[in-house]
Design a binder for this molecule. Sequence first.
Ligand code: NI
Length: 129
Amino acid sequence: MRIHHIGYAVREIGPAAAVFESLGFAKAREIVRDEVRAVEILFMRNGESLIELVAPQHDGSPVVGHLRKSGPSPYHICYETDILETRVAAMRAEGCILVEAIREAPAIGGRRVAFLYNAKIGLVELVEA
Ligand code: NI
């Protein structure tokens, strides 16, 4: 599977986006509020590289724990697949924990995603091609 994007947990979108702009990234979309995950999301592109800035809306957001533990930093790699259900099932069979079941992600044009935790490499996101 090819890498689709790298997800960064950040405290606030604006200041983090300014840093990435200085690294050559530009906004790929507008900021989207994902109410299910209680986060704001901004995708930025630099050539072939796509990153996703994820900032919590409040203390109940799932990214808050990561920010407390590790500070602003990358926290997931997203892989693209055209067989989402099959990949999710295979990863679960290999011992990965399904962290977020398959659902449509508003920040990525409604494409379906799933999050799995692998004890050896951490959080993995899958997005349907
Ligand atoms: Ni992501």
